[in-house]
Write a protein that binds this ligand. Structure first.
Ligand SMILES: Nc1ncnc2c1ncn2[C@@H]1O[C@H](COP(=O)(O)OP(=O)(O)OP(=O)(O)O)[C@@H](O)[C@H]1O
Ligand SMILES: [Mg+2]
Length: 350
């Protein structure tokens, strides 16, 4: 264990405290998606500075048991430092947190580490050892009981039982990532921290890791997932937080979209209208109109797309236009993210 990265892997258990079962609590039972009742993570006004550099500042949120919580933000936003802080690898500068039911403090570090796992961005495996030897080695560091059973269950969870005898050096990047995930599952964590689990993977390997995370989600494992891949967060996470040193936004992806974007209709016509203002201005439900970049395309601001769409269709037919499509505009989490991060860049300029 020489590099700082290696420190991430070592989560020795203490006094044989058995880790609490995460799989026993389902997302439904725990009310995942909200912060009601006891929470897997409670973070209050947490900040971390390295000298004069602020890694993250005044961050507060809660994560329910069984919830998959996405933590998004640009490079240097403080995501990994948040994981490292909640994972007891670095001490916060101020604020407080409860991790897997235990208050975050220097004294509680060892107890917290028995109940959580961190899968760091780089797998950090011993490449000359086999998959099995790597897992045995880490199970030893955790001082876990029933090592055989745990390794078998972890390898089965990531579909790697048949590669147990292969050296990690001979595995592809995607397979190594799966070994790292198996290692993180060994202690049956109450909270599983995944730091960019699909970074650098091709689309096939990415999809495999997504499927594994989705199956953990089904089993009710509480997951704290940092990612740059917004479609990953949208697909896997009950709620997401967007961090850029401070927490900028938190909620379900659909809530965030509704919060940041007005509802609108995308209209596509075979040919542009001679006088769009006159046609759309006459429809009571339309509050504004913008020409889209493509010829014959318009984006209409509306309060209720379901009421506005038929009225717009009638007006267009009345004006003799050929309608190709009228549909509610879809904003992805990526739109939300870019809107926010753009705002931050603008604010910095100002
Ligand atoms: N050990 C450290 N010493 C000094 N500064 C640090 C240390 N670790 C992180 N930082 C700084 O804290 C800030 C947040 O870094 P962090 O690694 O948490 O960002 P991140 O959101 O994980 O970024 P990325 O998306 O690139 O992984 C950065 O400015 C970084 O340089
Ligand atoms: Mg990081």
């Amino acid at each position: 264990m020489t590099s700082e990265q290696d420190v991430d892997q070592v989560q020795p258990s203490v006094e044989g405290v058995p880790p609490a079962r995460a799989g026993a609590v389902t997302a439904k039972e725990s009310g995942a998606g909200g912060a009601s009742g006891e929470s897997a993570l409670v973070v209050e006004h947490l900040s971390k500075r390295f000298g004069s550099r602020v890694a993250f500042d005044d961050v507060s949120f809660e994560v329910g048991y069984g919830e998959v919580f996405g933590f998004l933000g640009p490079n240097g936003a403080g995501k990994t430092t948040t994981v490292r802080t909640l994972g007891t690898l670095v001490a916060p500068t101020s604020g407080s947190a409860t991790v897997a039911g235990i208050p975050l403090s220097a004294d509680n570090g060892a107890a917290i580490r028995t109940r959580i796992s961190i899968m760091p961005e780089s797998p950090g495996l011993y490449l000359r050892l086999t998959v099995m030897e790597n897992l045995q080695c880490f199970a030893g560091l955790y001082e876990l009981d029933d090592v055989r059973g745990r390794i078998e269950r972890a390898l089965r969870a990531v579909n790697l039982l048949d590669r147990a005898g292969d050296s990690c050096g001979s595995l592809s990047k995607g397979l190594r990532q799966r070994v790292a995930l198996a290692r993180a599952l060994l202690n049956d964590p109450v909270v599983l921290f995944l730091d960019e689990p699909t970074s650098g993977l091709d689309p096939v390997a990415t999809r495999e890791v997504h499927e594994l995370i989705a199956s953990l989600r089904e089993r009710g494992v509480t997951i704290f997932l940092t990612t740059h891949r917004l479609e990953e967060a949208e697909r896997l996470c009950h709620r997401v937080a967007i961090l850029n040193t401070t927490l900028r936004l938190l909620g379900r992806p659909d809530e965030l979209r509704a919060q940041l974007f007005r509802r609108s209709l995308d209209v596509r016509l075979r040919a542009p209208l001679a006088d769009p203002e006159a046609v759309f201005g006459a429809v009571r439900e339309v509050e504004g109109c913008e020409q889209a970049p493509s010829a014959g395309g318009y984006t209409l601001a509306v309060s209720d797309p379901e009421i506005a769409a038929p009225a717009v269709a009638r007006a267009l037919v009345g004006a003799g236009a050929d309608i190709l499509s009228i549909a509610e505009s879809r904003h992805s989490l990526e739109d939300v993210y870019l809107e926010l991060i753009d705002e931050d860049v603008e604010a910095r300029r100002g």
